[in-house]
Ligand binder design. Structure first.
Ligand SMILES: Cc1cc2nc3c(=O)[nH]c(=O)nc-3n(C[C@H](O)[C@H](O)[C@H](O)COP(=O)(O)OP(=O)(O)OC[C@H]3O[C@@H](n4cnc5c(N)ncnc54)[C@H](O)[C@@H]3O)c2cc1C
Length: 432
């Protein structure tokens, strides 16, 4: 199981603003089920919900509390798109037909998310105002124009924003234009995870918190998962542990880069932040090393993801130094927000940044690798995982189905990112 000491989960803005979660017991004794799902983030909860809706007895085991992982810590912004990749690069890698199917899977994940959340009656501050990408150089604006054409052709709700119109979104003249993703938006991420847990339970799934899976074995035609005080035996096994997989399934735990990201949240802003974000639309710029951007919350705070610090005790103000320097350059004459909270979380980044399903054995699969874009994709892939497990869809869908294999330098890369790449990028933030 992943190490949680440094996670600061109680200091997240979402822990203060999300509706209290339902209370779940920990597992005691032996339980039999059709499927056992490990991990209660979006992927595991959507998988369990789908299984339960199809009449399968599903049991969810969560090591800590519901939404403890990335699902309760993220920035709460979803949009169609792959982390750092364009639809064209996906088509180049997978071929025109498969690449198109993958891009459409991604787009559909974003387009269906609001309806899905609403159909479950989850109160999670859903906001469909879109997400704006802004170009920090003319070359990047040309790239946004190409992305605009790609997403438009795929059926996306995208609008190219000329340089003169950026001011309607951001009180700055620093950017060369933008691309507004109308299929994106904002959500309170922890409230969403908690709502999913309620829905999965209402559909019949049994959920156990504070019940880490510590051993997995095969007994005749079933999987047996042990926790400190109990066990579950089931025909199907779904591993939905994402960046926090650890050594539970060693080949899976080495198949990705576990990269730490820090989050900062401000005190409530004057005018709810509309002074510098008049439309209230979340934004990110096109800087490759670390984009500048963020979102407002329903109670008028600003939330941004920033580079991690090598010290675990870095205060919100220290974490925000690079961000503040950029804020002053982008919004001259305005003071940066006053930061009051910080927390961090781990991304599960796979080398090609395309999420995947893994075959682990008979009736056993995992879904992971969202590489920082898992709100919509985790929701969609969790449900896809359920269908693949029980054989309702073939395994040749758009999402790659692989056997886990180690990512190159899987252990070294997170260290390098935190102790070498992040400090250099932080210095660059303060200069450029
Ligand atoms: C700081 C940060 C910001 C992000 N921002 C965004 C964003 O704005 N937009 C976006 O789309 N995505 C974002 N992401 C990514 C997104 O949060 C994740 O991709 C998504 O939450 C993954 O969901 P999941 O259910 O697969 O995994 P998780 O939510 O991480 O859940 C995995 C769960 O498995 C549990 N677990 C692990 N081991 C065991 C075990 N042995 N037994 C039982 N349980 C176990 C963990 O406790 C955890 O609760 C961000 C991520 C981070 C960390």
């Amino acid at each position: 199981m992943g190490d949680g000491r440094q996670q600061n989960d109680r200091t997240s803005v979402w822990a203060r603003t999300a509706l209290a979660g339902p209370r779940f017991d920990s597992l005691r004794g032996a339980v039999r089920a059709d499927a056992v799902v490990i991990g209660a983030g979006y992927t595991g909860l959507c998988c369990a919900l789908d299984l339960a809706e199809r009449g399968h007895k599903a049991v969810v085991l969560e090591a800590r509390e519901l939404g403890w992982g990335g699902s309760g810590r993220n920035a709460g912004q979803w949009l169609p798109g792959w982390a750092g990749r364009t639809p064209q690069s996906v088509a180049d890698e997978f071929g025109a037909e498969r690449g198109r199917a993958l891009n459409r899977f991604n787009l559909a994940a974003s387009q269906t998310l609001p309806g899905f959340v609403e159909s479950l009656g989850i109160a999670a501050e859903l906001d469909r105002s879109g997400i704006l990408m802004v170009a920090h150089t003319p070359k990047r604006f040309a790239a946004l124009r190409r992305a605009f054409e790609d997403w438009l052709e795929l059926g996306g709700d995208v609008t190219l924003i000329g340089r003169g119109d950026v001011g309607g979104f951001l009180a700055t003249s620093r950017y060369f234009g933008g691309l507004l993703f109308g299929d994106g938006g904002m959500i309170n991420p922890l409230a969403y995870a908690r709502g999913l847990a309620r829905s999965a339970r209402a559909a019949g799934a049994r959920i156990f918190a504070r019940s880490p899976a510590i051993r997995i074995s095969r007994e005749r035609d079933r999987w047996r998962v042990e926790t400190p005080d109990g066990s579950v035996t089931a025909y199907f096994l779904a591993l939905c542990t994402n960046a926090y997989t650890g050594d539970l399934w060693p080949t899976l735990g080495r198949s990705f880069y576990r990269l730490r990201v820090a989050m900062i949240a401000s005190e409530g802003l004057a005018e709810g932040g509309r002074g510098f974000m008049p439309a209230g639309v979340p934004f990110a710029d096109t800087r490759a090393l670390w984009p500048f951007g963020g979102r407002l919350t329903s109670d008028g705070r600003f939330v941004a993801s920033v580079l991690p610090h090598s010290s675990r005790r870095a205060s919100p103000a220290v974490l925000a130094r690079g961000f503040d320097a950029r804020f002053r350059r982008v919004f001259p004459g305005r003071a940066p927000p006053r930061w009051s909270q910080s927390w961090c979380g781990d991304l599960c980044v796979v080398p090609n940044r395309i999420p995947r399903l893994y075959c682990l054995g008979p009736g056993a699969m995992a879904a992971m690798g969202y590489s920082g874009a898992g709100i919509a994709l985790g929701t969609a892939l969790g449900r896809e995982l359920a269908r693949c497990l029980v054989g309702d869809v073939a395994l040749d869908g758009p999402v790659p189905v692989l056997h886990p294999h180690p990512a190159p330098f899987a252990r070294t890369m997170p260290w390098l990112f935190r102790h070498a790449i992040a400090p250099v990028a932080r210095m660059a933030e303060r200069i450029f």
